[in-house]
Ligand binder design. Structure first.
Ligand code: TYM
Length: 332
């Protein structure tokens, strides 16, 4: 059966970009794949984290995933660090990943900034751990937002190179699933940069836990231009902020951007932002409500994660044993 693995980092809070670009698709795919979804706490450690905050954010993120519709009866939901085989496989992959491949990764360049000598080895090796997250389950499909495309290309290269080196067909080459009209949701303050958990301004993003007033305020303050909305999508080409808001509306209502412009073309942003607030609140309020209910019962969330970890460990152990055998590690 085709198998899905995807993950999300417990850094800061989950935002609308994570939801529309990834998590909403994870929910939809539960019926047609065997699905594994993990909170990737080891990836979060590539940047400094406060220990208690990391623990709380990990549980909180698991609760948002469940509240968004990830169903523990159909999906294995777990925390990355609770399945140690991810790290073990990452080492084996690290030994066969040329530096040249890692040097191409734009996310490392962006995150390390100018002072590359000060960046940690973990940040540099991050895509190798991500490849291990996916391949330890021999996942065939990986639903992600567009920003993860390059990491998935690297995952395919690592899988192919392992198979080639050892003359086996052990790992599948996983397919990225980049789906919908919101594969790259942009910042509300700057339509040319991605909506991100790490942006210093909270006005740049809609968090899954924002209430109706906060959502209304953030959309009201969202940067736009003085023109009314165009009637055709071609008119969005040079207007990144307008394009972003139209795409968000389209994704939230399951319409095409052209349909949205059919409805709102010619209207001023003030009108459109009000409608956008309404559809965002209609989607997010029930999720936030369910999340608060779940956080009132941390024992339940921890139980789901414990159970998911157990199932994930069993699947991962099988792959790891196979890999250890192939590369020539002596069995106990
Ligand atoms: P992370 O935690 O940054 O994001 C989680 C998911 O949300 C998507 N996403 C977006 N989609 C649309 N618009 C945006 N502005 C936006 N921002 C984030 C991401 O593409 C992602 O799908 N490296 C990954 C985590 C990871 C992973 C994995 C993913 C670790 N191991 C294995 C898949 C498979 C990351 O940092 O995602």
């Amino acid at each position: 059966m085709n198998r899905i693995l995807s993950g999300i980092q417990p850094t800061h809070k989950m935002h609308l970009g994570n939801y529309l670009g990834a998590v909403r698709n994870w929910v939809a795919l539960q019926d047609s794949f065997q699905t594994l979804y993990c909170v990737v706490d080891l990836h979060a450690l590539t940047q400094p984290q406060e220990p208690e905050a990391l623990r709380a954010q990990t549980r909180e993120l698991a609760a948002v995933l469940l509240a968004s519709g990830i169903d523990p009866a159909r999906s294995i939901v777990f925390v990355q660090s609770q399945v140690t085989a991810h790290s073990e496989l990452a080492w084996l992959f690290a030994c066969m990943t040329p530096l040249g491949w890692l040097n191409r990764m734009t996310q490392f360049k962006d995150k390390a900034g100018k002072n590359r000598d000060k960046a940690g080895l973990g940040l540099y090796a991050y895509p190798v751990l991500m490849a291990a997250d996916i391949l330890i389950y021999r996942a065939t499909h990986v639903p992600v937002g567009e920003d993860q495309k390059q990491h998935l290309e690297l995952t395919r290269e690592i899988a192919g190179s392992f198979n080639h080196r050892y003359g086996v067909e052990f790992f599948p080459l996983p397919e990225p699933q980049i789906m919908g009209t919101a594969t790259r949701v942009m910042s509300l303050r700057d339509g040319t940069s991605k909506m991100s958990k790490s942006d210093s301004s909270d006005y740049s993003r809609i968090n899954m836990t924002d209430d109706a007033d906060a959502i209304a305020l953030k959309f009201r303050k969202a940067r736009t231009d003085p023109e009314p909305l165009p009637t055709e999508t071609a008119g969005l080409a040079e207007r990144p902020e307008a394009n972003n808001l139209v795409n968000i509306y389209a994704a939230l209502t399951h319409k095409t951007p052209q349909d949205v412009l059919g409805e709102f073309g010619g209207t001023p942003f003030s009108t459109f932002k009000g409608a956008l607030t309404d559809v965002a609140v209609a989607t997010l309020a029930p999720i936030a409500g369910e999340m608060n209910r779940l956080l009132g019962d941390p024992g339940y969330v921890d139980g789901v994660l414990r159970d998911g970890g157990e199932k994930a460990r069993a699947l991962a152990a099988e792959t790891l044993a196979g890999v250890q055998d192939i590369v020539g590690l002596l069995k106990p």
